[in-house]
Ligand binder design. Sequence first.
Ligand code: ADP
Ligand code: MG
Length: 321
Amino acid sequence: MGEFDLIARYFTRPVRRAALGVGDDCALLQPAPGTQLAISCDMLVQDRHFFADTDPCQLGHKALAVNLSDLAACGARPLAFTLALALPEVNEPWLAAFAQGLFALADAHDCELIGGDTTAGPLNICITVFGEVPVVNGKSQALLRSGARAGDDLYVSGKLGDARLALNAMQGKLTVPAAVLSAARERLQSPKPRVALGLALRGIASAAIDVSDGLIGDLGHIMKGSGVGATVQVDQAVSAEPPGVHVSLEQWRTLALCGGDDYELLFTAPTRFRAAVAAAAQASQTPVRCIGQIEAAAGLRLLDAQGRSLPNHYVSFDHFA
Ligand code: ADP
Ligand code: MG
């Protein structure tokens, strides 16, 4: 099978919303009047982001999920995406499963594949997503990293650390009970982007980011972008260890605070919006909890449940550090 048959067979579907889809030199997207396009790009590289034997269906899901997570963090509604693929060979069962995982998530978010590029090479998947955010009275409704203000509450969705727990277990660095591992693997390999929560937080959250590199590092981006500091109640941020996972408290906190690959939303909101945040969580059926406060004083302070200060030696992921 050649390049063009491959594209036609696995990556071409009837156009739904785009003005022009796969097949020409460019795709055409028509943003609705009074909206901005939100654009984000994420690459998945074999042996860096996933193992060579990763289930292709889950890989198709995850490649899009990490991109949708960026739209979620901006409060953008998914519209469309492009797919740049480098493939070592034409493996049809692999391609069919990859396309199935990819399109299942795409369809769930009504996000359309409008183009891409296909080449031979070491397996590499690069997706660019396009989303839409309204502009109201001349002001973009996008959630940014730069909007946090002293006094705001700091929130996180869902649960942190599962993906890293699964990764460490798969690498033989720790042993966990089978049931715990399978739930954690699901979080690692099929993350659910928090798109509904991001949309519900428009006009409520003052700043937001998705947790891809670990809470501590991603909170650092909000603090830097907003020119603020923060206090985190560590025992609010870190949920209880599942039974049968034998790690020290310190290791457990490190998994949750620095683990990465969580794709939860970390966001801030003024205290007057506490009820609105709870309503957004409920409307989007996403658990959300307050884990701290934004402060004028620069730097990050960590407290335990008794209010004692904890040393901050937590470092998040950096590809080149
Ligand atoms: P060009 O060389 O003009 O960039 P290509 O020959 O690479 O075009 O691709 C032909 C068409 O197929 C284009 O519309 C392109 O967007 C689309 N395409 C290529 N690869 C993919 C892919 N993996 N998924 C979806 N569309 C693709
Ligand atoms: Mg091309």
